[in-house]
Design a protein around this ligand. Structure first.
Ligand code: PXL
Length: 280
């Protein structure tokens, strides 16, 4: 076990838009966890912008893994996010093999608001279902949860019963902890969690200002990972990740910013230090 926990963070590097690695690196670092980037692609901005460059680095990922494996680096956690091709999902599956000690967290980045990202094919969705099945923790939004289970995305039917049913279906695929993020009900937004081991289901709510910012899912999952690796429980992690995002949105909304630029979380990062230090 590492004194400072190590997270192999498989995600893209997007120059503008505060998502993926540019969210994971600062958040994990401030939580006292080492973020070891395993990049999947390099983009000038994330894909929500009208113009961006996209350098796929699938081939580099293979030699990157081989070099890491040859050094027997001991990761406490493997965290995967945006994956650009079927081959990249296979590379992640291969990377996880033989690292049974690592907590495997999969954010199945596939779509949002009922729409699948146009880089995501049906074959990639099937492979993603397999990757989810070998994860310990998954953090889909409702769109992604429905893609995983085959349920129809219906933003008007997000009753607790429906979300519990979907979370349990995902959990039956394999993961012990399923967190479904960003369920909107009028002026509130909820994150739901189901923990199969203790049979517990809970939800955390926060105010919703009807503005959707990029990258909040990546910040959320990074906070959950940092807090869990430091020994906090899931309920505490979700409550504080939700509050942190709410406070960052509150700050961001004071300015006329482009929501694709993400939330201005930088001035709020210091709060994560206090949240992390607090032990009941
Ligand atoms: O935050 C999800 C995400 C990550 N990486 C890239 C994206 C997106 C969402 O659009 O485009 C490149």
């Amino acid at each position: 076990m590492n004194k400072v926990k190590k997270v192999a963070t498989i995600n893209d590097l997007s120059g503008v838009g505060r998502c993926s690695l540019t969210a994971a690196i600062p958040v994990l670092s401030v939580l006292g966890v080492q973020c070891c980037p395993y990049p999947t692609a390099i983009l000038s901005c994330h894909t929500g912008f009208d113009n961006y460059t996209f350098l796929d680095i699938t081939n580099e990922m293979i030699s990157y893994k081989e070099a890491w494996d040859s050094l027997n680096i001991n990761f406490d956690c493997i965290y995967s996010g945006f994956l650009g091709s079927e081959e990249q999902i296979d590379i992640v599956l291969n990377f996880v093999k033989g690292k049974e000690q690592a907590l495997v967290v999969v954010d199945p980045v596939m779509g949002d608001n009922g729409v699948i990202y146009n880089t995501f094919t049906e074959n990639m969705c099937s492979k993603m279902r397999y990757l989810v099945s070998i994860a310990n923790i998954v953090t889909p939004n409702l769109t992604e949860a429905c893609i995983l289970t085959g349920d129809i995305y219906d933003k008007y039917n997000t009753s607790d019963e429906k979300i519990i049913e979907i979370a349990k279906k995902i959990s039956d695929m394999g993961p012990e902890k399923v967190i479904i993020t960003g369920i909107i009900r009028e002026n509130k937004i909820f994150n739901f969690a189901y923990d199969k081991k203790i049979g517990e289901f809970f939800k955390v709510e926060s105010d919703f200002n009807h503005e959707s910012y990029s990258g909040t899912g990546d910040i959320f999952t990074s906070i959950i990972i940092g807090l869990l690796l430091n020994g906090h429980d899931l309920n505490y992690a979700i409550k504080n990740a939700t509050d942190f995002i709410f406070k960052s949105i509150e700050f961001t909304s004071k300015f006329k910013s482009d929501s694709r630029e993400g939330i201005m979380f930088e001035p709020c990062l210091k709060e994560l230090i206090l949240i992390n230090e607090y032990k009941q």
